[in-house]
Design a protein around this ligand. Structure first.
Ligand code: NAD
Length: 272
């Protein structure tokens, strides 16, 4: 019960595949009370039954681009709970048509919208949550390696993740004196509603599993375990970090020998 008595706002639950849902369950199992808003009306029918399973509160519509809905959510949390101990930012959006092909073809409109929803929302959530974190707190965002290196088709979302990673460091610097820690988990790829919009996701998952040092893809249990650590006092001296939970993918500089051999054999056969 690492989170006994803690109150945590979990954003980004869309369905039972969502990483945020795995994290919400893990936090609840460890004694936390959960607030679990949803982004838009059509998600209520999926999110409400999940929220009921873990006794989550504040199951209200909250689109991060809608200031009135953000005011209402934080107003309700302040009135009913009076404080917060943690926030999970698990929010990303970009036009699916631009998550394939060239980054160079990104439109100004989609660039701005992607940044607003996927990055500025962390700043806004943090600024609103901080005054409720009377005894310190932990803010955790979900990011991806495509913000550190170019990954085919990830395009503007990769640029957004770079900005998210950087925001984590700046927010950690701003809020450290209030004992509020801000970190990101750089999760390995996994099939969800959001990731299914990235071109070539199925083949990326197949290749990724062959390429990581652990020779497998990350699971929802892996990511929720890391979030539990970051929300708990076990990580009390950790802030401003991007913690990779990716079966070691980001630590490698070249694919393993067995994969290289398969690839070279394929190339040789193609040449014949
Ligand atoms: P998901 O589709 O379950 O979650 C994305 C969430 O963003 C959804 O709940 C959606 O409702 C929410 N959202 C989108 N626009 C919003 C808005 N305007 N206001 C409020 N919420 C909004 O998919 P997921 O993969 O669990 O994504 C969660 C986070 O994890 C995202 O930041 C994503 O980039 C990140 N991530 C995903 C992967 C992956 O491979 N799936 C890997 C690393 C990081």
């Amino acid at each position: 019960m690492l989170l006994q008595g803690k109150k945590i706002l979990i954003t980004g639950v869309a369905n039972d595949w969502s990483m945020a849902w795995a994290i919400a369950q893990r936090c609840a199992e460890n004694g936390a009370e959960i607030a679990m808003p949803y982004a838009m009306p059509n998600l209520e029918k999926r999110v409400r039954p999940l929220a009921e399973k873990i006794g989550a509160k504040f199951v209200t519509e909250c689109n991060v681009q809608n200031d009135a809905q953000m005011d209402a959510l934080f107003g309700a949390i302040e009135r009913e709970w009076g404080h917060l101990d943690g926030v999970l930012h698990a929010i990303a959006f970009s036009d699916k048509n631009e998550l394939t092909g060239r980054y160079a073809d990104t439109t100004r409109e989609n660039f701005k919208n992607t940044m607003d929803i996927s990055v500025y929302s962390l700043v806004d959530l943090t600024r609103r949550a901080a005054p409720l974190m009377h005894d310190g707190g932990s803010i955790v965002a979900l990011t991806y390696y495509g913000g550190e290196k170019s990954v085919p088709n990830y395009n503007v979302m990769g640029v957004a993740k770079s900005a998210l990673d950087s925001s984590v460091r700046y927010l950690a610097s701003d809020l450290g004196r209030d004992k509020i820690r801000v970190n990101a988990i750089s999760a390995g790829p996994i099939m969800t509603l959001a990731s299914s919009g990235v071109g070539g996701m199925k083949s990326l998952l197949r290749l990724n599993a062959e390429q990581t040092p652990l020779r497998r893809n990350m699971t929802l249990d892996d990511v929720s375990g890391a979030a539990l650590y970051l929300f708990s006092n076990l990580s009390s001296a950790v802030t401003g970090e991007v913690h990779h939970v990716d079966c070691g993918y980001s630590t490698t500089g070249m694919m393993p020998n067995e994969l290289k051999e398969v690839l070279l054999r394929g190339l040789d056969e193609g040449e014949q």
